[in-house]
Design a protein around this ligand. Structure first.
Ligand SMILES: NC(=O)c1ccc[n+]([C@@H]2O[C@H](COP(=O)([O-])OP(=O)(O)OC[C@H]3O[C@@H](n4cnc5c(N)ncnc54)[C@H](O)[C@@H]3O)[C@@H](O)[C@H]2O)c1
Length: 351
């Protein structure tokens, strides 16, 4: 049997637990160490996931001195991503780092540079690229099924009331919702429509009154090929979590949400159309509605780790590299700047 890929988990809170749930299901992986500023979180996860051979630490340097491993999973709160990731890369480890890669573009640049210099893989947890519905939507666009894209929109609406994180890290003054949460929606649109060129954005703050950031933002974008787009985010909303995404093309429209098992596809009814027709009230006679079943799996970190294994073992490409994570943060930061300064911002990509 092949040697197992050894993981150390840095940050054993809620989402560190979500990763461990998947890690223990992957035969090729062995979790050898757990680290957290609160060591009791390591002990708790060690017990929950029956990791009897894993050692627990509350000191990063000590763990690196004592443990032999291949991959560091960084699932700390956002401010811990850059220092832990750079430290791990400089000590010869591959890294899976949670999103947002960092709250700051310059830290993202340093992280990409550290991965390049180390010659190690850096995978950023932009998990929407592993969600089956979004993958299907991208495939339909790439196959030309909806023709030429002309408008794309996504949203990240998530009720954060009471969700400020251990030690209150989500209320960081730099964690505008467009970075902390809607980096998912922005990354998804970048993946499908390319890197936006400019943005104009507006924010307000009417819900989470005791939070230091805005709680709502809408941003419009110019994408390549004269595609226009929009992202809406609210972290103070009174509704269930949604990432409803709509992709409009000259021959059809896709509506997909990572909380819904049906992807809706509207298509111009032409001879030889790839799907069976089904007339729907409210549609023109020439447009038909199709429902495509998709798995929900909206936090599919299992596939992130399978991707890391394939990269290590076979050199397979990673779709959420450090560069991709960094470019998403560049867009998020441009949105924050636009809303703050009240003007259109040209988006710069230093990586
Ligand atoms: N991909 C997704 O959809 C998704 C979903 C939820 C959270 N996240 C991300 O995962 C990260 C963790 O979120 P969470 O919900 O688990 O938060 P959490 O508050 O439940 O846990 C964070 C943990 O990190 C530890 N920690 C903080 N700084 C540390 C450091 N420097 N070194 C070691 N440990 C440190 C804390 O003690 C805590 O145990 C965040 O960056 C968040 O944005 C991603």
């Amino acid at each position: 049997m092949d040697k197992k890929i050894r993981y150390a988990v840095i940050g054993c809170g809620d989402f560190g637990g979500n990763h461990l749930y998947s890690l223990v299901q992957i035969d090729e992986i062995e979790v050898v160490a757990l680290m957290d500023l609160h060591i009791e979180h390591c002990e708790e996860k060690k017990a929950t996931y029956k990791l009897s051979n894993a050692n627990c630490y509350d000191n990063l340097e000590e763990m690196f001195e004592k443990e032999d491993f291949d991959v560091a999973l960084v699932a700390t709160s956002d401010r811990g991503h850059a220092p832990s990731t750079i430290y791990a890369l400089q000590h010869g480890k591959h890294v899976v780092c949670e999103k947002p890669m960092s709250l700051f573009v310059d830290e993202c640049v340093d992280m990409v540079k550290a991965a390049d210099e180390a010659g190690k893989h850096l995978l950023v947890g932009q998990v929407c690229r592993y969600a089956p519905g979004f993958m299907k939507a991208k495939e339909l666009v790439e196959d030309g099924v909806i023709g030429e894209l002309y408008f794309v929109e996504s949203e990240y609406a998530h009720d954060y009331l009471g969700l400020d994180g251990i030690d209150g890290w989500r209320t960081d003054v730099e964690r505008e919702p467009i970075i902390g949460g809607a980096c998912h929606a922005i990354d998804l649109l970048r993946w499908i429509a390319g890197d936006p060129i400019e943005t104009t954005a507006y924010s307000n703050h009417k819900n989470l009154k005791d939070w230091p950031t805005n709680d709502t933002t809408v941003a419009i974008f110019k994408f390549p090929n004269n595609v226009i787009g929009k992202v809406f985010t609210s972290i103070g909303c009174k509704r269930e979590y949604t990432m409803r995404t709509v992709l409009y093309g000259t021959k059809g429209t896709i509506i997909v949400d990572n909380t819904n098992p049906d992807l809706i596809l509207y298509l111009e009814q032409i001879d030889g159309a790839p799907f069976a027709a089904g007339q729907v009230k409210g549609l023109s006679e020439k447009t038909v509605k199709h429902m495509i079943k998709v798995e929900i799996a909206n936090h599919n970190v299992y596939e992130e780790h399978k991707s890391m294994i394939a990269a290590i073992k076979d050199g397979a490409p990673i779709k959420t590299t450090g560069r991709e994570g960094a470019r998403t943060v560049c867009v998020c930061r441009a949105v924050v700047q636009s809303a703050k300064e009240g003007k259109t911002v040209q988006i710069e990509y230093p990586v």
